[in-house]
Structures are given as C-alpha cells and as structure tokens.
Design a binder for this molecule. Structure first.
Ligand SMILES: [Zn+2]
Length: 366
C-alpha cells in the first residue's frame, strides 16, 4: 500500500473528509474533527524486509509514498523478554530500548519522516515528557527546527533530554492545559503541530509493536497489558492486531488491557460506570506522570478498541505503582514509574500475556 502523493492519508472521524500527506493541519479543515488514518494496512509477511533491523522492516504497512526517505534512529525491534510471574510466564516488551528511551519513537519516526517529505522545516509539540523528548530527538535527526511547549513547573531528566537535543523550550505558566493551548495557538499561526495525540501518522508507527509481538512470539498472545493516558499506543496496537487478523495470522484480536493510575483514571471510570463515571474521578497527581491525562482526545476510540477486543481497563493506586517498579527491578527490568503500573495489573489479567514497559527507569528523577 503505497499511496501517490495526492491519495488521502488522513480521514476525519466526524465528517470523513480525506486529506493527502502534504496536508499540514492538525484538525479536519472542514469540521475541526479529529483525524485518523484513511485505511487499515494490508500486512503481508512476505513483504517484511528481513535485512532491516528497525520498525521500517514493516514499511509496506505505512501510508507513505514510495521513495520517501525515512527519518530514523533505528527504532523498534525492542526485546520481548519472558519472565516467570506467579507461576506463569509474562513476556515484557522493553519499549525503553528505543533510541530516545520510550515507545513514542515508533510514532515520531513516521511523523518526522512526513514533515521532512512535505518540506516543512519547523514544527512544534507540547509535552514535557517522553513525547517531547522523542519529538526533539527526531527533529534533530531530521534537521527540523523544534519548539516544545512545556509547563513552567516541568523539570527532571526528560526536560534535560529535550534541551540537549537543541529544541526551543517555551515554558508556559499554569497547568498542563495552558501549554497545550499555547501550542495550539502557535499551530493556528501556521507552525506544523507534530502532536503525538492529534497527528494520526504516529498510529501507523505504534502498530508495529503488534507486528513485532507477532513475529517474536510466532503467534498472537491472549492479551496485551499497557499503561494508557492518551491511548495512542493502544490505538496503534488495535490497528496492528486488526491487520494481522485480517491477514489470517491470528484467530482473534488479543484482549487489550489498559491500565490507569487511580488518581487520574477517566477512561477506567467511563468504561465501568458510563459517562457519569467521570464525576467520580479527578485529575489527581500520580507517580505515573506519563499517563496523567484527564481528557484524552481519542477517548471514544480507546473505549471502542477495548470493547472490540473484549479487553478491560484497570486502575492502580500509588503504593502499588512504586511496589511494581521494585518488583520489576528485582527481575532486572528497570521501568519508568508510569510503565511499572502494569505490574499490579498483571494480577487481574491472567493467561498468556504481553506486558508493555513503555519507558525506562532513567526517565524518572528518582
Ligand atoms: Zn471533518
């Protein structure tokens, strides 16, 4: 599937208007709806480039024209490590082995590839976390000028990483949402918004995690458990597993089990208690800072993906997050606190499971 430069790549979730790759907006220009990718990829095992040791081995599944040069740091093909846990074996996918230290690189390699392909030379993102670090790293690789909007209160290893890559950091006073608003204002002024949330190209990159799990296990697992904030990895996994099932490489979709911090668990509340569930939860502070997202833009799609896969959403309290990181570390897996949230949740997701460690322990200040 290699569209010509005029073929639609993006499709509006609300009015279904299509946009080509060179569309540089971040919302539907017709109705301001959220953009998704136009098509499910056609996965063909015979088209995997076995000599490419990065996620670009699945290039045939990407909605990019032939001949576009990849902006890559060798991301993907992360380890899948079987670990005994309470009498069964859980396979941990070590996403912190990606070039900037988190799963975000799967999406950013595609987003920056598109940015460079359409001739954009400056772009922005709002994130003081892994997405900001990944954006800044891939922008440096692409020689695209990067602006990153962060809350003025942000600090720690991720902010240092963003600065080291040479991004212009715009510190915005007030809550996290102020940084997002400032970024969107700058985007409205014409700067390309390389948002990990709004730009759906990242989902085509996240889908490669599903392809790798299938290649590394030689089959699809019963379930996949992962932290969920904005839900882009979960939506990418849905895209990848759907393509694998459609290609006849698995009988059914693995159950997608999303984990949230109890302190900020809007998706968990909506899934189990409907729309009124939102009234029962708050945007509380949590050790799992990477998934502290109270209004995920793609909430509806995330809930639908979980239902489609017969999965569920779980919520974990703060002491269990910290205990989870210690338990993982004692098995040689040094996870970011946000990622360690999967440990406690494993108790509620029995059977043949892959657990995704989205970021590494070095990402935390402690
Ligand atoms: Zn629209």
């Amino acid at each position: 599937m290699s569209p010509s430069t005029s073929a639609p790549v993006y499709r509006c979730l609300a009015c279904h208007a299509g946009q080509p790759l060179h569309f540089a907006g971040w919302k539907c220009p017709v109705c301001s709806g959220l953009l998704d990718l136009d098509e499910l990829p056609r996965f063909d095992p015979s088209l995997i480039n076995q000599r490419d040791y990065s996620l670009w081995r699945y290039r045939h599944t990407f909605p990019l024209p032939v001949g576009v040069e990849a902006v890559t740091l060798g991301e993907g093909l992360t380890p899948l490590v079987p670990v005994p846990v309470d009498g069964r074996t859980v396979s941990f996918k070590l996403e912190f082995a990606n070039p900037t230290g988190s799963f975000k690189d799967r999406g950013m390699t595609l987003v920056l590839t598109a940015i460079r392909a359409i001739g954009v030379t400056a772009a922005l993102e709002d994130s003081s976390g892994n997405a900001g670090a990944s954006f800044a790293g891939y922008a440096a690789r692409a020689q695209v000028r990067a602006s990153v909007y962060v809350p003025a209160s942000a600090s720690g290893p991720k902010l240092a990483q963003i600065a080291a890559y040479g991004a212009d950091i715009h510190a915005i006073e007030g809550p996290r949402s102020n940084a997002a608003e400032a970024a969107q204002k700058a985007a409205a002024g014409g700067l390309y918004y390389a948002s990990h949330v709004y730009n759906p190209l990242g989902l085509a990159g996240q889908a490669t995690a599903a392809f790798e799990i299938w290649e590394q296990l030689g089959r699809l697992p019963e379930s996949v458990i992962l932290p969920v904030g904005n839900g882009t990895l979960l939506l990418g996994l849905q895209r990848g597993f759907r393509a694998l099932v459609r290609a006849g490489l698995g009988a059914r979709l693995p159950r997608l089990v999303g984990v949230q911090a109890l302190a900020c668990a809007p998706l968990w509340a909506q899934y189990h208690h409907g729309a009124e569930g939102l009234a029962k939860v708050t945007e509380g502070a949590t050790l799992a800072e990477g998934i502290r997202v109270f209004r995920p833009a793609r909430a509806e799609a995330i809930l639908a993906a979980i239902r489609e896969s017969d999965g569920t959403l779980l919520a974990v309290d703060e002491p269990a997050i910290e205990a989870g990181r210690a338990e993982l570390a004692r098995r040689g897996l040094y996870a970011e606190l946000t990622a360690a949230i999967v440990w406690e949740a494993l108790k509620h997701a029995p059977g043949d499971t892959v657990a995704i460690l989205t970021g590494g322990g070095l990402k935390n200040a402690r």
